[in-house]
Design a protein around this ligand. Sequence first.
Ligand SMILES: [Fe+2]
Length: 469
Amino acid sequence: MTNNSLFAYIQDVYAPVDDERTDSELSVIGEIPKDISGAYVQNNPNPQFPPQGLYHWFDGDGMIHGVQLHEGSATYRNRYVQTKGFVEEEEKKASLWKGILEPFDPSSKRPFDKDTANTDLIFHNGQLLATWWLSGQPYAVDPVTFETKGAEDFGGTLGDMTIAAHPKLDPRTGELIVFGYNPYKRPYLTGGVISKDGLVTHRADLNCPIPSLFHDIAITPNYTIFLDLPMFWDVERLKQGKRRVRFDRERPARFGVMPRYDDGKDCQWFTLPSCYIYHTINAHEERDDQGNIVVVMTACRIENPLPQCDHDEEPAIPRLFFLRLHPYLYEFRFNLGTGEASQHQLDDAPTEFPRINDDYIGVKSKWAYHPRVAKEKTLLFDGFIKYNTQTGENEHVVYGEGRIGGETVFVPRPNAQGEDDGYITTFVRDRRKERSELVIYDAQTLSLAAQVVIPRRVPFGFHAHWAPN
Ligand SMILES: [Fe+2]
């Protein structure tokens, strides 16, 4: 995307919808498996009012779109996440915040950025938590009605911590492992643990040298892996009220492996060649021949997130403003005994928004489901790839001419007999039609089991989650 397309992420498939609705008894092509019960939910940026000035995809108010499945029937609904900023603008009937591409007043007492909670969703302690890429206060959402219950402070234990998108739920303990960041003041990065019943039990302050553009973490049963990558906010520009992100090709990528309950002082840092990573896939612990613990992580790694020059020399690579979105499947190894780190690429297909069977988060897994990056100027997915993340072997599913999909979420079959015994679900839309579908694939055979027809288009959005009934 070049600079003359500054509104690309508010048009076409990204255009907001202007109502909240509920549609029951959706028609189905094929048959919804009877053993699937729960909701596929996705968080989308959906600006309530036209933006003041330039619009970035991360600016729009959070809106949850979801399809609930139960005993073969399906219901669609969409609701805004009623953040404080959303409610204030709704009352004033106007946009009160400018987006992140516009300057702000560094002396202002109000928050510089509107926390839209528009990026991610996770089901924890009986509720959905909507979170934001730039880190803020999570919003609790009813998993059935999608009504906002309010800003979640975890019984007052959150303190001044913020929580960014992509917290990780440990399926063994029910703990939510979180991180937060603040480019405006130190410590730029914090980590935390929230108990299965919703109390913050641990906090870590990480001493990072620069305010990086943190976006994701990975976990194992004993460690949290932080990604401190050389894409960072220009501190001097922030002081002037301008947000500028820089990428330093000469600066190494830093990976912090911290014991889960540490306060940050025992985080062990590893360096590798510069890169950017939006999303991890999974991590687990192994032992080397000497008995040292090795943390193995998989992620979608972008070698060079900035174009080499202003010319659009690679039209097949999508852009999010100046960022090239060209990530590939990589494995990383961090040896806690020797301090050595290594990486290697497992495949050469560009993919993003990777997901696994969430029951395997933190332990050795084999299968991941990656939306496939389409050869377009903006980020779109034209299919998905089922990866063997241990070997890079893969199978592609293509949605077909003019059809695009969202994040592919794995739904385990009840009493599943293996890691990939379940379904893959996502929204798919024919760009030429004002309707969408929730598609359900068998995760083992990759055959299409059902297309649940949603009588409205669902905009192309951010992250999705499965909320079990
Ligand atoms: Fe993300």
